[in-house]
Ligand binder design. Structure first.
Ligand code: WT7
Length: 631
């Protein structure tokens, strides 16, 4: 496997090697994988064009590294243990051998349905084992999976399918979330009305509800599986062939199809999983993320399985049937590493300690968080009550674009500090810059977080839009720009402050304010809107919308607000629902017509007087008007 760091001295030593000779460092870490053909050059890049290639001309299949490479030793070891939303339903266990067979079957079905290397397959599934199996099946035959989070609505599904020009969709009749059943197939049916590229659909039965099957397009997985062999010859992939696309929000209205490739992503997720969580043989690792986000891709599916780990996958939500559910799962399956989001911790914290009473969670060794900054009180609650003051917390900073954890403590190795992501993973060279792109040197500094040199897990492009990739991530000379602000303290530890672009982070979900504004503006009586994030006790950030109504409309404000909330939920998905909507006469603008969101943010935060420089506003009186409305 990749080299495992076991001491702080070891970390500094490896880090030093990774900086002084990155190619040699990653060359060594890549060697333990199974390559059909070895690479000719470890790294080839051209920063001007933002072209990055790792393990050039190497040939491999990532699923061969999960299965064939490990089957000999692990065939009867559980790879995935799946826990249902419903605590009464028995859990399912997939050994490496069984997961291999299921993957091969699914891969054979995909091939039979005409899917070939390079084709895009959209996957819109709840957290059921078939989600993992279908991703691996795509990887097996070289199809590019594009997983769409099952909380997105028809419009978001359609946008993503159209952008990727997916040929086939894999979905389910429905999904369970706590007491709710989500009609996934219905959403997909609506979406597919505007997706001409889709030829076929595979339907997995989960809830058993009645769904429409379109003749010649839709096929039941349970039928397709009949008489399909459980073996499949893996497609030979180039290191730089695409592995998957995952859409994420940016500062414009259009989501970005982040593209990851086979070789580098494999090496990086495997390396970070093993080192950050200090997973040891026989441990059970539980990541609560949905696979619809990068966390699930990298730390439920690829990272752990490449390490031969046993992963716990949970279908439901933290509070169903009670807020003890996570702790019950940990007790039942003797979980050793637990990886979740600050928002979940804050929600459970607000419900009180009684839900932990009598739950034996003493098997826990490592706790992790991801997705947003963790505030100190949540950190301490987690450390004391879940970790019983003995488990290190790894506050892992990374992004869809970085592929894997990039700044984080290594569990039990790096001394932690509440709310600090601490030190970079070997291979990651963080730096802070000012708004002119000038590097800020020295300790105790704040700035925009950038990364200096490529690492194997970096996204290679935005699907069909390399220009946007270049402009977004490489706008500062020779640096990858993260979009986050950060602080570096006296010890060189990094603390992430949050996004500095028009992206908000709601419960660890990334949403572009422009996307939400576009959805609001679809209502023809709205002339314009401005969406901002504001501090929210549980969600981290809440969504606040200011809307201006077209002249000449006489509206009932409460109805309008309700309408806006429902339509955003229908257009994007329930995660994007505004928490607050204010109907205003006017938005604060500069003479050139740019909305001054800074003012709106201050007002929503409760600021009454100090608005800084307001000389750029066309109509400074607007502040008083806005303050009155918010009262
Ligand atoms: C953004 C990336 C990486 C998987 C989940 C989110 C924020 C992520 C942390 C952390 C503070 C964090 C950043 C980043 N973020 N982890 N430990 N501390 N902020 O992936 O949807 O691509 O979002 O999430 O703002 O840029 P994503």
């Amino acid at each position: 496997m990749t080299r495992k760091i076991t001491t702080l001295g070891g970390y500094f030593h490896e880090y030093e090697k990774s900086i002084s000779n990155p190619s040699m460092f990653w060359n060594d870490n890549a060697e333990s994988f199974y390559w059909r053909k070895k690479w000719k050059q470890t790294l080839d890049w051209d920063i001007e064009q933002a072209r990055i290639k790792w393990f050039v001309d190497g040939k491999l299949n990532i699923t061969e590294n999960i299965f064939e490479r490990q089957l000999f030793t692990r065939k009867d070891q559980p790879a995935i243990i799946w826990e249902s939303n419903n605590p009464e339903e028995p859990n399912k266990s997939f050994t490496y051998k069984k997961l291999y067979k299921e993957t091969c079957k699914f891969a054979n079905i995909l091939r039979q349905m005409g899917i070939r290397k390079g084709d895009r397959v959209a996957i819109y599934l709840p957290m059921i084992p078939e989600l993992v199996i279908s991703m691996l099946a795509c990887a097996r035959i070289g199809a590019i999976h594009s997983v769409i989070f099952a909380g997105f609505s028809s419009r978001s599904i359609s946008d993503r399918i159209q952008d990727a020009e997916a040929k086939l969709v894999i979905t389910a009749d429905g999904g369970y979330r706590g007491t709710k059943t989500i009609p996934l197939k219905e959403y997909v049916d609506n979406a597919l009305e505007t997706c001409p590229s889709v030829e076929k659909l595979i339907l997995i039965e989960r809830t058993g509800e009645k769904v429409n099957l379109k003749k010649g397009r839709d096929y039941l997985y349970s039928n397709l599986r009949q008489n399909i062999p459980g073996e499949n010859h893996a497609e030979e992939m180039d290191s730089e062939d695409p592995l998957f696309i995952l859409y994420t929000s940016g500062s414009t209205g259009k989501p970005k199809g982040i593209l990851h490739t086979c070789g580098g992503y494999m090496v990086y997720t495997a390396y970070t999983f093993s080192n950050v969580f200090q997973y040891s043989e026989g441990d059970t690792f539980f990541c609560t993320a949905d696979i619809g986000w990068i966390t699930g891709h990298s730390y439920i599916v690829y990272g752990p399985l490449l390490n031969g780990a046993t992963v716990l996958m949970y279908e439901g939500i933290p509070t169903y049937p009670t807020p003890s559910r996570f702790w019950e799962i940990i007790e039942k399956h003797k979980v050793n590493q637990f990886y979740t989001a600050p928002t979940a911790i804050r929600a459970l914290m607000s419900l009180g300690l009684k839900h932990l009473d009598g739950k034996d969670i003493s098997t826990l060794k490592v706790l992790g968080t991801v997705g947003e900054p963790i505030n100190e009180s949540a950190w301490h609650w987690y450390h004391t009550n879940v970790g019983k003051n003995k488990c290190p917390i790894v506050d892992t900073w990374w992004q869809t674009e970085t592929g894997g954890v990039s700044i984080s403590p290594l569990a039990s190795i790096t001394p932690t500090k509440p709310s600090y992501a601490t030190l970079p993973i070997p291979g990651i060279q963080p730096t802070l810059i000012d708004s002119d792109g000038k590097e800020i040197v020295g300790k105790s500094k704040k700035g925009l977080l950038c990364i200096k040199y490529p690492w194997p897990g970096i996204a290679r492009t935005i699907w069909k839009d390399h220009e946007r990739y270049k402009e977004t991530y490489f706008k500062f000379k020779n640096l990858y720009f993260t979009g986050d602000g950060a602080k570096r303290d006296e010890e060189g530890y990094y603390r992430i402050i949050g996004r500095i672009d028009d992206v908000i982070n709601v419960s660890g979900h990334r949403l572009g304010t422009a996307e939400i504004e576009n959805a609001i503006n679809e209502n023809h009586i709205i002339s314009e809107s401005a969406v901002i994030g504001y501090p929210h006790e549980i969600k981290g950030e809440g969504i606040c919308a200011f809307v201006v109504v077209q002249q000449g409309y006489n509206i009932n404000k409460d109805d309008l607000i309700q309408n806006i909330i429902v339509s955003v939920s229908n257009i994007i998905g329930p995660i994007a629902k505004p928490d607050k909507v204010y109907v205003v006469n006017e938005l604060p603008k500069t003479r050139s017509g740019k909305i001054v969101r800074r003012i709106l943010k201050l007002i929503v935060k409760g600021e009454k007087e100090n608005f800084g420089d307001i000389s750029t506003l066309v109509n400074p009186k607007i502040i008083t008007e806005l303050l009155n409305i918010i009262e």
